[in-house]
Structure formats: structure tokens, C-alpha cells
Design a protein around this ligand. Structure first.
Ligand code: UD1
Length: 354
């Protein structure tokens, strides 16, 4: 069985890594890694390959940045050539980024089977580009691997045949479980005892100057109680500089994007994480660290119902209220969702090899 894994953006790497490992060395399995080049900076891509022990990509499509249409179209036309040449038996796509949907469409048209890892998640907000990517990818995938049962329910409601759906758990947690000891061992010794950790990169947030000004003001207030560490995504860095907001503050520390191990290490000891990322909602739930998500909705509702995640929307008053609850320790007790156990990728391998 020849399997092509398509990755492109930072959150894909920690999902593909354990699946590649679970399939490596299995009888009759040959694997090819295609990097679309959606993320290309060393600290957004190369360092993840190194730390997650992902082999060098066999092919790099080098598409780079662009509008959604440009980026998706470049991936499609370049990836089509690869599929025609390599003739895979199945292509695995991960998550909800433009690389995911672009590769899935190519395969569907060439009648090559597609497996979607992290299928079924829905924010029900079609203004989010990722929601469009999820809906389309799931409709044209042949095998759908879901991280939580809400995913199965969403897919069934959308008419996906039950026999295509496999609830296997969360592959990103496989990577976390494997690398947590290493991440903890690398934590800098001069880290403050208490700190808040922030990430922000969604266009709906970071492209809005008023919102960013209000959020930085709120973060500076948090900074009076504890230092705030803010590794900045390149898009956010660009926007803050356009808005004249790129000066940090004594207690608000702007940093370059961190590696996987550095960021995981920081998450484990954070008093609170403030984010608009999808994956970080899951990682904090597993780690039991309070997470305040600066979005009106989430495609990962299980992190709210079982985990440590609270949606604060874009209202900084609510953020301040929730921060007070975290400080008072009155936030909820958490549970780890079913099958977030470090073995999701092995279940994917079993399904594929059957
Ligand atoms: C993409 C995903 C998003 C995911 C995020 C993680 C889509 C639609 N979005 O968003 O779901 O949460 O990745 O980071 O696929 N840039 C660089 N260097 C890089 C990559 C990007 O400077 O290596 C800058 C460019 O200015 C680029 C901008 O960041 O235009 C946005 O990059 P892009 O890949 O389009 O989307 P992300 O915001 O990273």
C-alpha cells in the first residue's frame, strides 16, 4: 500500500508525525511525505520536522503564501502532478487548512482514495475559512477519522455513510504524550513561577486594529498580576506593526514563534492560556491548564464540555471576568475526552491495514 501524507501548515505536522510512525515498517506499506510549502519559515516548519522526528519531505510543492484562491489553486495544480506520477493507493490529509482541502479535491477528481484525519469538527461558522475546508474535505473523503464523537454526529447529519467513519481519538495528543517528558526537561530554568501564555493568529482577530488594541490593553492589565508571554505568528507580527502596536511592555513579552517542545513546555506550567488556536484548546484540555479562547465559537466543543476551555468571545470584559475566575481557582474540574490516550494513530494504522 502506497500512502501519501500531505502536510502544509504548522498544525499539520504534529498530527501527521504519529501516523507516519504508526505505519513505518509495517509489511507492505510505503509512505511518501508531500509538504505543500504553505508554511515555509524555519520556525513555522523545519523545526517541527526536526523535533517531531518527521523524515524530510519527499516532495515540497513550495506554494508559499497568497490569497485563499491562489494558495489553494497552486497546491491543486502542483499536487495533481505528484499524484499522477506516484499513483498512491491512498492519500491522508490532516486538519482543516488550505493544504487539506486542496489535496482532497485533487484526489477526489483523480479517483484516488482520501483519508481525512481530524474529520467531523464543526464550528458552524462559515465565515471561518477552516469551516469551509472541513465541510468540503469531509464530503469528498473516503475514510473519515474523527477525534471525538461530536465529529461522528456531525458527519452522519451531513449524510456521510456510517461505514466510512472511524472514531479513533486525537492524533495530536499522541504527539503530546510522546514528547511531554522531553518538553518538560527542556523548560528554561529562569521561567517565572506564574505566567499567562498567549497566541493569536486568526484573521478575524488580528486583522482588526481596534480589537487588537483592546486585547493588548487587557493583556497589559494581566501583566500587573503576572508576566504575559506572547509568541507571535508572522501574520500577527505584520498586523501589529501596521497598526503601530508592536511595542511590548515590561510584563507583556513579545517573542518569535516557538518550537513544538518550547511551546509545549510553556503550556504545561502556564497559569492560564489565552488563544484563538484550535489545537491549543485540545492540548490545554489534556494538560488540565485553564484555556480562555478568544472566539465566539469552537469546532472543538468537547474541550468546553469536558475540558478546561472557556469561550470568551471577543469581549474583553468577559476575558477580564474569566481571568478573575482563573485567579480565584473557581474554574471547572476537567476530564480527558475518550480516546485522547496517545494511541489514536495506531488505530488509524489498523483501519488502513484491514
Ligand atoms: C493557517 C491555517 C490556519 C491555521 C494556521 C496555523 C488556512 C486557511 N489557515 O493560517 O487554519 O490555524 O495556519 O498557523 O489554511 N507567513 C509567514 N511565514 C510562514 C507562513 C505564513 O510569514 O511560514 C505569513 C504570510 O504573511 C502569510 C500569513 O502568514 O500570508 C498567513 O499564512 P497562511 O498560511 O495563509 O495562513 P495562517 O494564518 O498561517
Amino acid at each position: 500500500m502506497h500512502i501519501i501524507h500531505v502536510v502544509g501548515a504548522r498544525p499539520n505536522f504534529m498530527k501527521a508525525a504519529p501516523v507516519l510512525r504508526a505505519l513505518a515498517g509495517r509489511d507492505g506499506v510505503c509512505q511518501t511525505i508531500v509538504h505543500t510549502g504553505q508554511h515555509y519559515d524555519a520556525n513555522m516548519s523545519d523545526v517541527f520536522f526536526r523535533e517531531l522526528d518527521i523524515p524530510e519531505p519527499d516532495v515540497n510543492l513550495q506554494v508559499g503564501s497568497g490569497s485563499h484562491a491562489q494558495q489553494t489553486a497552486s497546491i491543486m495544480s502542483r499536487f495533481e502532478t505528484v499524484v499522477l506520477e506516484k499513483k498512491p493507493d491512498i492519500v491522508l490529509v490532516y486538519g482543516d487548512v488550505n493544504s487539506t482541502v486542496a489535496a482532497a479535491i485533487v484526489c477526489a477528481k483523480l479517483l484516488v482514495r482520501v483519508g481525512h484525519v481530524e474529520a467531523g469538527l464543526r464550528s458552524f461558522d462559515r465565515t471561518m475559512p477552516e469551516e469551509i475546508n472541513r465541510l468540503l474535505t469531509d464530503q469528498i473523503s473516503d475514510i473519515l477519522f474523527t477525534p471525538s464523537q461530536d465529529g461522528d454526529e456531525n458527519l452522519i447529519r451531513e449524510g456521510v455513510a456510517r461505514e466510512k467513519i472511524f472514531f479513533i481519538g486525537n492524533v495530536m495528543i499522541d504527539t503530546l504524550v510522546r514528547l511531554l517528558p522531553k518538553a518538560k526537561a527542556q523548560i528554561a530554568s529562569d521561567l517565572p513561577d506564574r505566567y499567562a501564555l498567549v497566541t493569536m493568529h486568526r484573521p478575524a482577530n488580528v486583522d482588526d486594529a481596534d480589537f487588537m488594541r483592546g486585547m493588548l490593553d487587557a493583556l497589559k492589565e494581566v501583566g500587573c498580576a503576572m508576566p504575559v508571554l506572547f509568541p507571535i505568528h508572522p501574520r500577527t507580527r505584520q498586523r501589529l506593526s501596521e497598526f503601530g502596536l508592536s511595542d511590548g511592555h515590561d510584563s507583556l513579552r513579545f517573542m518569535d514563534p516557538l518550537s513544538y517542545l518550547q511551546f509545549l513546555g510553556l503550556q504545561t506550567r502556564a497559569a492560564v492560556v489565552i488563544t484563538d488556536s484550535g489545537g491549543i484548546q485540545e492540548e490545554t484540555t489534556f494538560l488540565g491548564v485553564p484555556c480562555l479562547t478568544v472566539r465566539e465559537n469552537t469546532e472543538r466543543p468537547i474541550t468546553v464540555s469536558l475540558g478546561t476551555n472557556t469561550l470568551v468571545g471577543r469581549d474583553m470584559k468577559v476575558l477580564r471576568q474569566e481571568l478573575r475566575k482563573v485567579a480565584a481557582g473557581t474554574n471547572r474540574v476537567r476530564k480527558i475526552p475518550p480516546l485522547w490516550d496517545g494511541h489514536a494513530s495506531e488505530r488509524i494504522a489498523e483501519v488502513l491495514l484491514k
